[in-house]
Write a protein that binds this ligand. Structure first.
Ligand SMILES: *Cc1c(COP(=O)(O)O)cnc(C)c1O
Length: 547
């Protein structure tokens, strides 16, 4: 009759049975060790990474203990490192490198000569629009203005607001202009940062600390689309936040909202979406994410780093775009890079919050330092005031009408390229590009072959993985006369050639990139990337040590 009492009684009897005839010390020891064992088991099973992930890692760790496997892997690593290094060495072999501080300071002309020499390096002609994204150059008139502004402010530092109050005022003006563009109100606030990565790091730190304070979350998790920028992974690594990736729909390349909802737990400190994302240039359903945020009372961050300064002008420029900014009540913070489509020099971005209480969680305050009570708003202590003033001057130089024109030109070019590529037999476009990024792939031939052959014609495109693809991020440089047509014609001609032998494998540098996608041990790919970065820092003095 009593459903609870019967099993409880049985359990009691069972436990008593275990301890029959045991002495008190034995009872204490058995109890303590079983509690410890249970708690270890719980920790083991519910660790940050899934059992499968950890199982795989342990497996790879173990097989690497086998000497022949170890040797094979070490050999491969050495080969990859030497590959990167030799490529770099080849490229720089006729150059002389400085090895130590000159005894006497150089003459200005000599310094400028050295600088010119260094700037001449590199095979890609970005000025004629052959490079995807990367350089958000505008025109010589704007460049002249910025040089003047830089000259007047390169020594300023808004960390010392009492010494440079004007720079702090300028920063607030940049934030206000951005807040208004993203439909914030007078409560909307933020900071100017050194770039999209810093803006994203700051938003992640803010929501981690905010949710710890307001909900007591001690094992924070963020739930983000698989296509979110890698800066979120950096934030996860820096700030010990578990990152949970949600797949995107394989047709639209927008985040799967149902899967996002399922990934939410009591430890979720933030949700995020991109407008647009870097790989495919598609945008997530921010309205849907905003609703999830409200339903579960979780902050929503919108990453508009890439497209923010296009999307805010799109409606007026005649292009429609779904809601994504502070007009949506669930959107709590937005990142937008001025150093992309606002055409400011590299080193500036804006992170915005719906209200001032949120921004407090971004700050770091140290109260007991012998150097004084120290507080700073973002990652840096001292900050380059000139990054803020050149950003501000650029915004003023363009004004709404300048940005409307630039946005129109860029969107028109991107749409034109998209339309033309859609007509090329053998290619497909990933989803619906919303702003300037057009991503394409092929079901017929290896798309990296196209990227490789485009490279031979001087084009520098971005290679995507999972699935393989290529994208062009259209910048103002691509709006110059003839550039879009040259791009489309080059793609068309190459595809026609590739279609003649569609089964041929990819060769050259991108072959390694493609191969890396199927390496099951991802830590190995990580090692390769470390070597790639090492090669960036290659200096010929290493060469001599080898001999
Ligand atoms: C560029 C970009 C960022 C930030 O990158 P930074 O290089 O640090 O400015 C973030 N999100 C997206 C979608 C981007 O394209």
């Amino acid at each position: 009759m009593d459903f609870v009492k019967v099993p409880l009684n049985q359990a009691k009897l069972g436990i008593n049975q275990i301890f029959v005839g045991k002495e008190p010390w034995q009872i204490v020891t058995i109890t303590t060790s079983s509690v410890l064992l249970l708690s270890w088991l719980y920790g083991f099973i519910f660790d940050d990474d899934s059992l499968l992930e950890r199982g795989k890692r342990t497996f790879f760790d173990i097989i690497q203990l086998i000497p022949s496997v170890r040797k094979e892997i070490d050999g491969k690593k050495k080969e990859v490192w030497e590959g990167f290094r030799n490529e770099h060495r080849e490229r720089t072999k006729n150059l002389s490198y400085l090895r130590s501080l000159p005894d006497k300071g150089l003459k200005n002309e000599d310094i400028m000569d050295l600088l010119e020499g260094n700037l001449k390096m590199g095979d890609y002609n970005w000025k004629d629009g052959l490079v995807s994204g990367s350089v958000y150059y505008f025109d010589p008139e704007w460049q002249k203005l910025l040089t003047k502004v830089y000259e007047k402010t390169f020594f300023t530092n808004p960390l010392h607001c009492d010494v440079f109050p004007g720079i702090c005022k300028i920063e607030t003006e940049v934030i206000r202009m951005a807040a208004e563009l993203f439909h914030g109100d007078t409560e909307t606030c933020g900071t100017v940062t050194t770039g999209g990565t810093e803006s994203i790091l700051m938003a992640c730190k803010t929501w981690r600390d905010y949710m710890r304070k307001t909900k007591g979350i001690k094992k924070p998790e963020m739930v983000v689309p698989r296509t979110i920028h890698s800066a979120f992974d950096k934030a996860a690594q820096y700030f010990c936040i578990r990152i949970k990736y949600v797949p995107v729909d394989p047709k639209t390349y927008k985040v799967d909202l149902k899967a996002m909802e399922r990934a939410i737990t009591k430890n979720t400190v933030m949700l995020a979406g991109s407008v647009p994302n870097f790989p495919y240039g598609t945008m997530d359903d921010i309205e849907g994410i905003s609703k999830l945020g409200l339903k579960y009372n979780i902050p929503v961050h919108v990453d508009s780093c890439l497209g923010g300064f296009l999307t805010v002008f799109m409606e007026k420029a005649g292009y429609s775009i779904p809601l994504y900014d502070f007009k949506l009540p669930g959107v709590s913070s937005i990142s937008a890079d001025t150093h992309k489509y606002a055409f400011t020099p590299k080193g500036s971005s804006v992170v915005l919050y719906r209200n001032k209480d949120f921004r407090h969680f971004q700050y770091t305050v140290t109260t007991d330092w012998p150097g004084g009570v120290y507080g700073s708003p973002a990652v840096n202590g001292s900050r380059a005031g000139a990054n803020i003033t050149t950003c501000w001057a650029t915004l003023l130089h363009f004004g709404t009408d300048g940005y409307l024109k630039a946005t129109g030109d860029i969107l028109r070019t991107a749409k034109y390229i998209e339309e033309k590529l859609r007509k090329i037999d053998g290619l497909f476009i990933f989803g619906e590009p919303v702003t300037s990024v057009v991503a394409f792939g092929s079901k017929v031939f290896e798309i990296y072959r196209l990227a490789t052959d485009m490279g031979k014609l001087g084009w520098n495109l971005n290679a995507l993985q999972f699935p393989s693809g290529v994208h062009l991020a259209v910048t103002h440089l691509h709006t110059q006369p003839g550039v879009a047509d040259k791009f489309v014609n080059d793609v068309e001609n190459i595809v026609r050639e590739l279609m003649k032998r569609p089964e041929k494998p990819v060769e050259g540098g991108l072959a390694l990139y493609g191969a890396a996608q199927v390496v099951p041990d991802r830590s190995l790919v990580g090692d390769f990337i470390n070597y790639y970065i090492d090669a960036m820092y290659y200096h010929p003095c290493e060469n001599e040590e080898e001999k």
